[in-house]
Design a protein around this ligand. Structure first.
Ligand code: SF4
Length: 366
């Protein structure tokens, strides 16, 4: 099988079949308050698109919350590595997370526990998941898979109520894996996958849905058959193939095949640009927001240098709902609606782009 096989797959962040499966597995409380908020925010997004001016009537159904910005690996294109500034490192406090959930937990559908670091480094992370579940929120995390050292830890994850976990593993052996996951231990990730999958079976649980995420690079594109076999062997649910995102021509040469470069990027001497330009729009400014470990609220995970801090929660009395509609957030929305390409980070972002961002296989279909 080759990378041509990927072209036959549905390309969307969440294809229809995956979304239906998710509805069966994920435990979300569909309360009138949550549904009404969803209707309001989506309606305001479409109104804004129509009148080309930001109006905001609800709060985002999806919140990205960063348990920590500390990581054990050094992946060369990770936003935390390519950032211009070295941000201070730290971990989200449990009482701060609880305060955030007490304020907005009954409105949001999903909390995504990730951003720049490895979530499991925060020892209170699973307690945060448990707290979010008391509010009826769907919980999802993304890990490099180095922090499930025992069967007990695997069972604790299953019992926390976590709805979905994404393992990042872009190789089927140590040699190709560590070309990108620098500092990573392939066998440790495999063991973590096995432990979690077995714990789920032992505890007769459907959660968490286990997804293996494979970024397709020049050096691993011939391992697609092998990764499918491996994912099936460990009884995982889903496999997603993502397009690598590069920031410099050197990275493009090192990590992308000629086809990948041709398909997505326009390469100039010292910079890379997306081929098709960017639309003056971003759904995420209505549907999603990001809270960093230190309480700073930024538009999305692409703001790796925290250039667009709208305000800081937890310390100065700011509430999320006020920040979400404050002047700085609205100014940013206006900027993206009028001229998105003027915002540097928005130029290499997949939001609203015609190229596929992820191709997903439901393994039970194979
Ligand atoms: S980088 Fe810009 S366009 Fe992309 S999600 Fe963030 S705000 Fe939206």
């Amino acid at each position: 099988m080759s990378s041509k096989f990927l072209d036959k797959l549905t390309f969307s962040v969440v294809p229809f079949r995956s979304a239906v499966k998710a509805l069966r597995i994920f435990k979300i409380a569909y309360t009138p308050k949550r549904l009404w908020n969803g209707i309001k925010i989506v309606a305001s997004m479409y109104v804004s698109k129509l009148i080309r001016r930001p109006v905001v009537w609800g709060i985002p159904p999806i919140l990205m919350v960063e348990p920590t910005n500390i990581c054990n690996l050094k992946c060369p294109m990770c936003p935390a590595i390519v950032g211009k500034r070295v941000l201070h490192k730290g971990q989200l406090k449990l009482n701060h997370f609880k305060a955030l959930m007490d304020e907005v937990g009954s409105y949001v559908f999903q909390v995504q526990f990730w951003n720049q670091g490895e979530p499991f480094i925060n020892k209170e992370f699973l307690e945060m998941v448990r707290y979010a579940k008391t509010k009826g929120v769907m919980t999802i995390t993304s890990t490099n898979g180095h922090f499930i050292p025992t069967d007990e830890k695997a069972e604790e994850i299953v019992e926390s109520g976590l709805d979905q976990i994404i393992f990042s593993m872009d190789g089927t052996n140590q040699e190709t894996y560590e070309k990108y996951r620098i500092g990573g231990d392939f066998n440790l990730v495999i063991e973590s996958l096995r432990r979690l999958s077995e714990a789920r079976i032992r505890l007769k649980s459907k959660q968490p849905l286990i997804e293996l995420q494979f970024i397709v690079f020049k050096h691993n594109q011939d391992e697609i058959d092998d990764i499918i076999r491996l994912a099936k062997k460990f009884k995982l649910d889903r496999l997603s193939f993502k397009t690598a995102m590069v920031y410099t021509p050197e990275q493009a040469d090192t990590f992308l095949s000629a086809e990948q470069k041709e398909e997505v990027y326009k390469l100039e001497q010292d910079k890379v640009e997306r081929k098709n330009g960017v639309p003056n729009w971003c759904n995420r400014l209505w549907l999603n927001s990001t809270v960093n470990w230190d309480g700073t609220v930024v538009p999305c995970c692409f703001d790796v240098d925290s250039d667009y801090i709208f305000d800081t929660l937890f310390t100065n009395g700011a509430t999320f709902r006020k920040v979400w509609k404050n002047a700085a957030y609205q100014r940013f929305r206006r900027q993206v609606i009028s001229n998105r390409s003027a915002v540097e980070m928005c130029n290499n972002c997949t939001e609203g782009m015609p190229q596929p961002y992820a191709r997903i296989i439901e393994l039970e279909d194979m």
